[in-house]
Design a protein around this ligand. Structure first.
Ligand SMILES: C[S@@+](CC[C@H](N)C(=O)[O-])C[C@H]1O[C@@H](n2cnc3c(N)ncnc32)[C@H](O)[C@@H]1O
Length: 238
């Protein structure tokens, strides 16, 4: 990415990656997220970081980006831990394909099942179901399904890399060390809900998040799940 380039951030959240990317490159990033609160927060943080001119944040469904932007608009696109929320990976990739210029790259950091996942192993099935339920994902797809989706959308797959397999401190280690704080937060949410300081359902939401955390850790330990499988694909020039 270079100054003058326009890149799309699919599922931008509150824009942490967006701010780092525009600061490092001088390019322009347009982010889209379905969550209105995130849009306001992202804009505020971008302004505070002095990158308001290099960013734009929109509320919308990434499954409809071809309706939001004209065809062949962007010099590139990326999705970080967001495409896992798509109702259908190929449908999302097809949308992104349309708004990219010919020759542009799309990089996606995906949440995927690895080849170690065994559909006949009940532990594997329960862990992956727990990841999906706890993170409100429609399903957890396999690496092969994701690569097939990229090809179905018309992309040339340039590069794939599982960052979770590069050794060093496993990605799930940080979650393990935060476990005690997570249980304390769980008790606190119950107390705050009981005294009606927090709205009804607060602890139920935390229960869901705890389920996600516990199963993510297990998925990492078993090596059946990666939250950082990078797929880089290119829209053909002709
Ligand atoms: C785990 S967060 C990742 C946020 C950001 N990419 C980051 O790395 O900080 C997933 C994001 O995808 C967004 N998202 C989920 N489904 C979406 C949809 N259908 N359309 C647009 N955004 C969506 C969520 O609102 C959230 O911002």
């Amino acid at each position: 990415m270079k100054p003058g380039m326009k890149v799309l951030d699919i599922g931008c959240g509150v824009g942490g990656p967006m701010r780092n990317i525009v600061k490092a490159t001088g390019g322009h990033v347009t982010g889209i997220t379905i969550n209105e609160y995130q849009v306001g927060r992202c804009k505020k943080l971008n302004k505070e970081a002095g990158v308001a001119d290099l960013t734009e944040t929109l509320q919308g469904n990434f499954m409809d980006v071809s309706k939001v932007f004209k065809a062949n608009t962007f010099d590139g696109a990326y999705a970080i831990e967001a495409a896992c929320h798509a109702s259908n990976t190929a449908a999302l990739y097809k949308e992104i394909f349309q708004v990219l210029k010919p020759g542009a790259l799309f990089s996606s950091y995906e949440w995927l099942r690895t080849s170690k996942y065994d559909k006949n192993n009940k532990i594997h099935v329960d862990v992956v179901d727990g990841i999906a339920e706890g993170n409100a994902l429609p399903e957890v797809r396999t690496i092969e399904e994701c690569i097939a989706a990229a090809k179905e959308a018309g992309f040339e797959v340039q590069y794939t890399f599982d960052r979770a397999t590069t050794g060093g401190v496993p990605w799930q280690a940080a979650m393990k060390s935060a476990r005690r704080a997570a249980y304390l937060t769980h008790i606190l949410t119950g107390v705050l809900e009981f005294i009606r300081f927090a709205p009804k359902g607060t602890q139920a939401v935390h229960t869901m998040l705890l389920k996600a955390a516990v199963n993510l850790e297990k998925g990492g330990d078993l090596g059946i799940f990666s939250p950082m499988y990078l797929i880089v694909m290119r829209k053909p020039t002709a």
